[in-house]
Design a protein around this ligand. Structure first.
Ligand code: 13P
Length: 263
């Protein structure tokens, strides 16, 4: 049986951490925890997550209906995104959304975190794909993250920030910390001439270790690094499609010119 007050205190504590670590500015970010099959505690909208009190948090059901509040605060404007994660991932009990500086810079540049550069990041995160841009608070973001939910525990949100989820709040929060650390290292090593990547067979060994550790959550496993990261492949496919479309346009234009000269 979960102690709801303890969960509320823990959410405030994590809110303070993400704020103090600069993972969110001003009123940014949101956090939620699943406390029963159809009850969730979510952070309030428009409030700094560094200065929350347990009573400010809002209890909602799986459709987003408010079940309990202090009568002042409303649930996060990103609640739909959180509820989609719980709906599609019954193993998930907590969701954290933040805008950590380096991870968000990658999300803005459109670069997924997909290079095997350090064992811890490979074991805890694998690669972190980018879900395509959607307007905050609409169904666009839930729809965009959906394709990654079954195989990943962390996703970058294009031009927006990052999302992580796990079997409890500490687990989801630590993934956000790891993701930001990974992004920072990837950025810095790129400035230093480019990261030296861990070879594929060693990446595979790390995945085997992960299985042995029996770590909870989903993981890209052989999708990432070994057979090629799914998110990187998706980008390559997109680029190939665009290239083919350009080629087709060029052939059509040449054919049109030849035909008009033959008239
Ligand atoms: P809320 O305060 O409504 O949770 O929104 C913050 C945010 O970061 C939106 O992306």
């Amino acid at each position: 049986m979960v102690n709801e007050f303890e969960i509320r205190k823990q959410i405030c504590d994590i809110g303070q951490r993400i704020y103090n670590r600069g993972m969110v500015a001003a009123n940014d970010g949101n956090i939620s925890v699943k406390i029963s099959d159809n009850e969730f505690i979510a952070t309030p909208t428009g409030v700094s997550k560094g200065f929350m009190k347990p009573s400010m948090l809002v209890k909602v059901d799986g459709e987003g209906k408010v079940l309990a509040s202090d009568g002042i605060h409303k649930p996060s404007s990103e609640l739909k995104m959180h509820l989609r994660v719980y709906k599609e991932r019954p193993d998930v009990k907590a969701v954290v959304h933040a805008h950590p500086m380096y991870a968000t810079a990658f999300a803005i540049a459109g670069i997924p975190l997909a290079k095997p550069i350090m064992p811890e990041a490979i074991i805890t995160l694998g690669c972190v794909p980018i879900a395509k841009y959607g307007t905050p608070s609409t169904e666009e973001i839930p729809d965009a993250i959906s394709e990654y939910l079954q195989n990943y525990d962390a996703v970058l949100l294009e031009n927006h920030g990052a999302l992580s989820f796990g079997v409890d709040l500490m687990n989801a929060y630590f993934k956000m910390e790891s993701l930001e650390f990974y992004a920072q290292l990837l950025y810095l090593s790129t400035q230093l001439g480019g990261p030296k990547e861990i070879p594929k067979d060693e990446v595979q060994r790390l995945y085997e270790l992960r299985k042995k550790f029996n770590m909870p959550g989903r993981h890209p496993g052989d999708l990432c690094g070994v057979t090629g990261c799914a998110c990187v492949n998706a980008k390559k496919e997109e680029a190939a499609k665009n290239e083919n479309a350009d080629l087709e346009k060029m052939v059509a234009e040449i054919t049109r010119r030849i035909m008009s000269e033959m008239k």
